[in-house]
Design a protein around this ligand. Structure first.
Ligand code: SF4
Ligand code: SF4
Length: 79
């Protein structure tokens, strides 16, 4: 009985998990506007503006780091 109520409480706590805001930094000096990050981002967070990748909407970033992994010039840092 005691264990049963413990499991129920754990389930409730999981539901209240909070998604933290992410922070994206782009080294525009190294960016050659290849668009790989913008194309790969599943949430359309990045676009190319003035020959460099630019954060369009940080609110929709899910911190998946696909952009970081795909950039050939290591321009992107997601924290
Ligand atoms: S971390 Fe993921 S969601 Fe955020 S900008 Fe990069 S690819 Fe898009
Ligand atoms: S993948 Fe890297 S080099 Fe290419 S546009 Fe994005 S930030 Fe720039």
């Amino acid at each position: 009985m005691g264990l049963g109520s413990l499991f129920k409480r754990k389930k409730k706590e999981k539901k209240e998990e909070v998604v933290e805001d992410c922070h994206i930094e782009i080294n525009t000096d190294e960016c050659d506007a290849c668009e790989k990050c913008a194309t790969a981002c599943p949430n359309n967070v990045l676009i190319i503006v003035d020959d460099a990748s630019t954060v369009r909407d940080p609110q929709v970033c899910k911190s998946c780091r696909v952009c970081m992994a795909i950039c050939p010039n290591d321009c992107i840092t997601v924290s």
